[in-house]
Design a protein around this ligand. Structure first.
Ligand code: ADP
Ligand code: MG
Length: 667
C-alpha cells in the first residue's frame, strides 16, 4: 500500500491532503428516470422489469429498470450467470452510473448497483481521485477521511499565505475532499471553485518562490566571464554579405552585455520567422570562442543542424574558428574524432541535435549553450545541455531562441523573470508572400501554375502533411506525390525529402535543392523549421487544414526569403471544419508571427499553445497556468515579497507544494 501511495507521490499526510480529486460524482440524490440526460452521472431507483442477453460485438446483459416516471435500460458487460435471475427477483434496486446514448436509446452503462435500499444516500459529493493499479477509490477515500480528521484537530497545514476574500487552506481542503451536496459541480469541474482558486494561488506562489530559490542558487555559481567583443567580432560583422538591422544590433548588444557579467545568464530571444536569429547566435558564439570558451547550438532537426553548420562555417572559417556538427546519424570514425576534438577543446563551436545530450559528449569548456526553436524542446532537455557545462564547475550562459511569441506571464511561470530580447524588424528588401487558400480539387491547375513559376526560374516546395502519425506511411505518401509530380512536371527535376531518409540522403537532397539542381522539392513537414533557401519562392501545402497555425506560419516562412515575389498556396480537402476555416483565413490575412500567435490563442483556446513539451514540465497539483493566468502577477509579487522577507515561510511553501528546495530544478 505504501508503495502504491508512493507511486502517486504521496509520502506523508500533507501529500495525501493535497492529492485532490479529479472530479466528483453526485450520489446524494435520486434522479427520476425521465430526467436523466446523456452524460450525467446519476443514481436511479426502480424495479427491474425485464432482462435479456444481447449478442453483439460484445455480449452484454440488458436489464430494463422502471420507476414512476419511465424506464431505461441498464447495460452490463461483465456479469455472472446468477446475476440475470437475481436482478429480476429484486423488488427494487438503486444504481449509479453514466447515462449514454446506446443501441436501445438512453442507457445506463455498466452501473454499480445495490439492493440495500435502506442505506442512506451519500451526504456529500463523492470525490474521484487520481489512482493507480492496486489501490482503489474506496481505499483512497478512507485514507483521506482519516487525514481530514487529523487536519481539523491540529495545525497540520498552517496558513502560510492569505489572500483577501479567499478561504484558508484547511477549509479549502475539507471542502474539496467533501463538497456539500449543493456545491456547484460545474464550477468544481472547471477548477473555479473559490477553494480551488485559493489552493491554485498558493501553489502558483510556491512555484514562483521555488524559482526564486533556484535563481539565487544559479547566480551564485560562477559563469564564464567574457571580455568586451573585440576585432574578431568586428571582422565577423564586416564579413557578412548584408548589414545587420537596427533590431539585430540592439539584441546583439543586449546579449553581449549578458556575457560580460560573470554570472550565468538566461535570455530568451524572440524574433519572427526570417528575422535573422541565426546570425545573432553566431555572433554570441564568436564571442565565446574569442574568450577561449566553447559554444553549442542545439536545434530540433537533423536538416536544420546541417544547414546551420554550413551557414556558420562560411561565416566562421575565415576567422579561423573551428566548427562541426553532430547528429544521431554521424557515426564511426567521424564521430569519435569529433568527440575527441570536443573534449580536448580543439573544436570551438558545435551544432547538433538531441545527440548533444548523450553521455559520450564531453566539452572541454562549454561557455554558451544556445537553443534554437526552443518550442520544440522541453525544459529538461535544455537543462541537460546546460549541465554539460556545469560538470566542469561553472554554468554556461544560455540563449534560448524562438519564433513563437510566448506571453510574458507564461515565461515568468516557467522560467521566472527571464531576460528577453525581441527582434521586431525584418531585414530590408523582403517582399510579402501572397497566400491563397484553394480547394484540393483544383490540384491540376495548381500543378500548371507551379510549372510556369519554375519555368521562369523559381524553385518550389511541395509539402505533404502527415496523413498518419506513422513516419513510414507519410513517407510513402510523399513518395507517391513526388512520382506524380515528376510525370506532370517533366522535364523539371523533382526531389524528395522525408523523415525516413538517412541524414546523408537528406543532406544530399537539400544541397542539390540549394544549388538549384532540383526545382521542386517534395517534402514532409521535416522542413518545417529553419530551412533557409533564398531562391525558393513558391510553396504548396497539401491538406493545409490539418496543420496548426504555428506550423503553417513556420512552413510558409521557408519562402519569401529572397528578392523574388513569393507565393504560398494552401490546398485543403473538403468539407472544411469551422476552426480549420478560421485558421486558413488568418494565414491569408497576415504574415505577422505575433498576430498569428494571438489568433492561435483565440481559436485554439490557450490550453494548447504552449505545447505539452513545455507546459507538461510543470507538475502542478492543482494550478493551471492558463486557467489561472489572472492570478499570476499577484502570485509573482507575493512570492517576491515572501522570498525577501521571510525565509522560513518561503521554504515551508516550497516544501509543501514542491518538495525540498534542492529538488526544484526549473531554471
Ligand atoms: P530566423 O530568425 O527565422 O532563424 P534566419 O536566421 O534563418 O531567420 O535568417 C533568414 C535569412 O535572412 C538568412 O538567409 C539570413 O542570412 C538572412 N539575414 C539575416 N539577417 C539579415 C539582414 N540584416 N539583412 C539581410 N539578410 C539577413
Ligand atoms: Mg531560425
Amino acid at each position: 500500500m505504501l508503495k502504491k501511495l508512493e507511486q502517486l507521490s504521496i509520502l506523508n499526510l500533507q501529500d495525501l491532503l493535497l492529492h485532490l480529486p479529479l472530479r466528483y460524482e453526485n450520489r446524494t440524490r435520486i434522479t427520476a428516470i425521465a430526467d436523466a440526460l446523456p452524460g450525467d452521472h446519476v443514481v436511479l431507483k426502480g424495479q427491474v422489469v425485464n432482462t435479456q442477453i444481447q449478442f453483439g460485438r460484445r455480449r452484454s446483459l440488458i436489464a430494463t429498470l422502471r420507476d414512476e416516471t419511465g424506464q431505461i435500460n441498464l447495460r452490463f458487460y461483465y456479469f455472472g450467470k446468477t446475476q440475470q435471475a437475481q436482478l429480476e427477483l429484486l423488488p427494487e434496486i438503486r444504481c449509479f452510473g453514466e447515462i449514454r446514448r446506446g443501441a436501445t436509446g438512453l442507457e445506463l452503462y455498466h452501473p454499480e448497483y445495490s439492493k440495500q435500499l435502506r442505506q442512506p444516500l451519500e451526504t456529500t459529493l463523492t470525490p474521484v481521485y487520481p489512482a493507480t493499479e492496486g489501490i482503489s477509490q474506496k481505499q483512497i477515500r478512507k485514507l483521506v477521511l482519516q487525514a481530514l480528521t487529523t487536519l481539523q484537530q491540529g495545525d497540520l497545514l498552517p496558513d502560510l499565505i492569505s489572500r483577501s476574500g479567499q478561504p484558508v487552506i484547511t477549509d479549502s481542503l475539507v471542502h474539496l475532499h467533501q463538497p456539500f451536496a449543493n456545491s456547484d459541480l460545474n464550477q468544481l469541474s472547471e477548477g473555479l471553485d473559490p477553494a480551488q482558486r485559493a489552493l491554485s494561488f498558493e501553489e502558483l506562489t510556491a512555484h514562483q518562490t521555488g524559482i526564486l530559490f533556484m535563481r539565487e542558487k544559479l547566480v551564485q555559481l560562477p559563469a564564464a566571464q567574457f571580455q568586451k567583443p573585440s576585432n574578431l567580432v568586428d571582422q565577423f560583422i564586416k564579413g557578412l554579405n548584408f548589414t545587420l538591422t537596427q533590431a539585430q544590433l540592439r539584441v546583439a548588444e543586449e546579449i553581449s552585455q549578458d556575457l560580460q557579467k560573470g554570472s550565468p545568464t538566461l535570455r530568451l530571444l524572440q524574433g519572427d520567422v526570417g528575422s535573422g536569429k541565426t546570425v545573432i547566435a553566431a555572433l554570441a558564439a564568436v564571442q565565446a570562442s574569442e574568450n577561449g570558451f566553447q559554444a553549442a547550438l542545439m536545434v530540433p532537426t537533423e536538416i536544420l543542424a546541417e544547414q546551420h553548420y554550413l551557414t556558420l562555417k562560411t561565416w566562421l572559417e575565415p576567422l579561423n574558428i573551428t566548427i562541426d556538427w553532430l547528429s544521431g546519424s554521424i557515426k564511426g570514425n567521424t564521430r569519435s574524432q569529433l568527440l575527441e576534438d570536443l573534449s580536448s577543446g580543439k573544436l570551438q563551436i558545435i551544432v547538433g541535435t538531441h545527440a548533444l545530450f548523450q553521455d559520450q559528449v564531453i566539452f572541454h569548456q562549454l561557455g554558451l549553450a544556445i537553443i534554437d526553436e526552443q518550442h520544440r524542446f522541453g525544459v529538461h532537455q535544455r537543462m541537460a545541455l546546460r549541465d554539460k557545462g556545469e560538470k566542469q564547475g561553472f554554468m554556461p550562459h544560455q540563449l534560448i531562441m524562438t519564433a513563437t511569441p510566448i506571453p510574458r506571464t507564461l515565461t515568468m511561470s516557467l522560467y521566472g523573470d527571464m531576460d528577453c530580447s525581441i527582434i521586431d524588424e525584418l531585414p530590408a528588401g523582403r517582399t510579402p508572400i501572397t497566400t491563397r487558400v484553394i480547394p484540393g480539387s483544383r490540384r491540376t491547375e495548381i500543378i500548371d501554375r507551379l510549372k510556369q513559376a519554375c519555368a521562369s526560374g523559381a524553385q518550389a516546395y511541395w509539402v505533404c502533411t502527415l496523413i498518419e502519425s506513422s513516419e513510414t506511411l507519410s513517407a510513402e505518401a510523399a513518395e507517391d506525390t513526388a512520382q506524380q509530380l515528376e510525370k506532370a512536371l517533366h522535364p523539371l527535376v523533382v526531389g524528395l525529402v522525408h523523415g525516413r531518409m538517412s541524414g546523408q540522403q537528406k543532406a544530399q537532397i537539400m544541397e542539390k535543392f540549394s544549388a538549384g539542381e532540383i526545382q521542386v522539392l517534395v517534402a514532409t513537414t521535416v522542413i518545417e523549421v529553419g530551412v533557409d533557401i533564398a531562391n525558393a519562392s513558391f510553396m504548396v501545402i497539401e491538406n493545409a487544414e490539418r496543420l496548426g497555425l504555428t506550423q503553417l506560419h513556420q512552413l510558409r516562412g521557408r519562402v519569401g526569403r529572397g528578392r523574388a515575389k513569393s507565393f504560398c498556396l494552401l490546398l485543403y480537402a473538403t468539407p472544411l471544419g469551422e476552426t480549420s476555416k478560421q485558421r486558413l483565413n488568418v494565414m491569408r490575412q497576415s504574415q505577422d508571427g505575433f498576430f498569428i500567435a494571438e489568433q492561435d490563442l483565440m481559436i485554439r483556446g490557450p490550453g494548447d499553445v504552449l505545447g505539452d513539451r513545455q507546459s507538461g514540465n510543470v507538475n502542478f497539483k492543482i494550478a493551471d497556468l492558463i486557467r489561472d493566468q489572472d492570478m499570476l502577477d499577484e502570485a509573482v509579487a507575493l512570492a517576491q515579497s515572501i522570498f525577501s522577507q521571510d525565509n522560513t515561510i518561503a521554504k515551508a511553501l516550497v516544501q509543501r507544494w514542491i518538495g525540498s528546495v534542492s529538488d526544484y530544478g526549473q531554471v
